[in-house]
Design a protein around this ligand. Structure first.
Ligand SMILES: *Cc1c(COP(=O)(O)O)cnc(C)c1O
Length: 367
């Protein structure tokens, strides 16, 4: 028996009857770039997040960059984020011309450590980008309070956190703006590339709408130098169908996470839930000092796993010129060496979770 890391074909089978006509409608009406299906999804997703506005885009990376650009962040500005995120968070900061500043994370949750923020804030700091890693919201009350005290903006990197809650509020409505990715493997995934910005600020929403469409409020009247980052009509249609299932899928992921916790051997540490947070388990991540051997053992038994992410950002070749070195962000480095993402997808069964846990238990016994 093999257990995949996630099973998108299995999900498509359950949705085929809804998705196929939605896609055919786009083909029949030629709403390929933007159009009514994207607009309908934007309204629905804004409501889902409890945000006033949603702007559909072509990727999460574009969402991060356009959100910063719309707030006037660029050359000479500093933006604070964490070293244990997908590369795109820092890439977007660099693409708008700003300087990324990193703060380490809390070991138990792998989320931004608010206790390190004030030390990282300078006269040049314009924004903080906490990353809701693995589908769990950061401590936004504390981060927002520090930001407010220093007159700094806060943008959520919510690319892994569709539907995650902090108290009774939902990711996408926890700060000055948020970036979402609908990359196929995310909790809400398109059938291609897609992303979105959510914001409560109508002026920012208007600017992001212009920036995604060559800076034109009206066809061929370009008020800004923008980009081509519009969401495809087909992706809007797919996402509109899938959004109706998201809450149920997230509920299922939480149940599977609880089942993992019950059946994992006692020696295995897991990334913990932050008090007050309701995670959506984009990934279910455990820790092991013998991570590489454990991953091989699981693979030998037909169980696919992943590492998110194997190299802390400050040690990546592409960022070499910033002069960061080993030891600069010790928690992120330790996590990078020990984390292992286990199979996690709504179509997974309890029996599959038990099978994974059994193989891990056997590994713990032999070692
Ligand atoms: C997926 C992801 C992104 C980038 O999203 P794309 O749609 O792939 O551009 C950014 N940040 C985080 C944390 C992500 O997981």
């Amino acid at each position: 028996m093999t257990i995949p890391f996630l099973d998108l074909p299995a999900q498509y089978k359950t949705l085929k009857a809804e998705i196929d006509p939605a896609i055919h409608h786009i083909l029949d009406t030629a709403q390929y770039a933007s159009g009514p299906a994207v607009e309908a999804f934007e309204r629905d997703f804004a409501e889902f997040c409890g945000a006033a506005h949603c702007i559909g885009l072509n990727s999460g990376t574009a969402a991060l960059a356009l959100l910063m650009q719309a707030h006037g962040i660029g050359r000479g500005d500093e933006v604070i984020t964490v070293p244990n995120t997908f590369f795109a968070t820092v890439e977007a900061i660099l693409h708008v011309g700003a300087l990324p500043v990193l703060v380490d994370v809390e070991e138990k949750t792998a989320l931004m450590d608010p206790g390190l923020l004030e030390h990282a804030i300078t006269q040049k700091t314009k924004a903080i980008i906490p990353v809701h890693l693995y589908g769990q919201t950061c401590d936004m009350a504390t981060i927002n309070a520090i930001a407010k005290k220093h007159g700094v903006l806060v943008f959520e990197d919510a690319c892994q956190a569709h539907g995650a809650r902090d108290g009774d509020r939902t990711a996408g409505n926890l700060a000055d703006g948020a970036a979402f990715s609908f990359y196929p493997g995310k909790n809400l995934g398109a059938y291609g590339e897609a992303g979105a910005v959510t914001t409560n600020d109508p002026e920012i929403a208007k600017t992001v709408r212009m920036l995604r469409d060559h800076g034109q409020p009206k066809k061929y009247h370009h008020d800004l130098v923008g980009w081509n980052e519009r969401m495809d009509g087909i992706q809007g249609a797919v996402l509109g169908v899938k959004l109706k299932h998201l809450a149920g899928w997230n509920e299922r992921r939480r149940a599977l996470a609880a089942h993992y916790r019950k059946h994992l051997p006692p020696g295995i540490r897991v990334i913990e839930e932050r008090p007050g947070a309701t995670p959506v388990y984009h990934l279910f991540v455990i820790r092991s000092r013998r991570r590489d051997a454990l991953q091989k053992h699981l693979n030998d038994h037909g169980i696919q796993t992943g590492i998110h992410y194997p190299v802390a950002l400050h040690l990546l070749t592409a960022l070499k010129s910033f002069g960061w070195k080993q030891g600069d962000f010790p928690v992120a480095e330790t996590l990078a060496n020990e984390i292992l993402s286990l199979p996690m997808f709504p179509e997974m069964t309890e029996a599959q979770v038990e099978e994974v846990c059994g193989v891990i238990s056997a590994f713990e016994r032999i070692a």
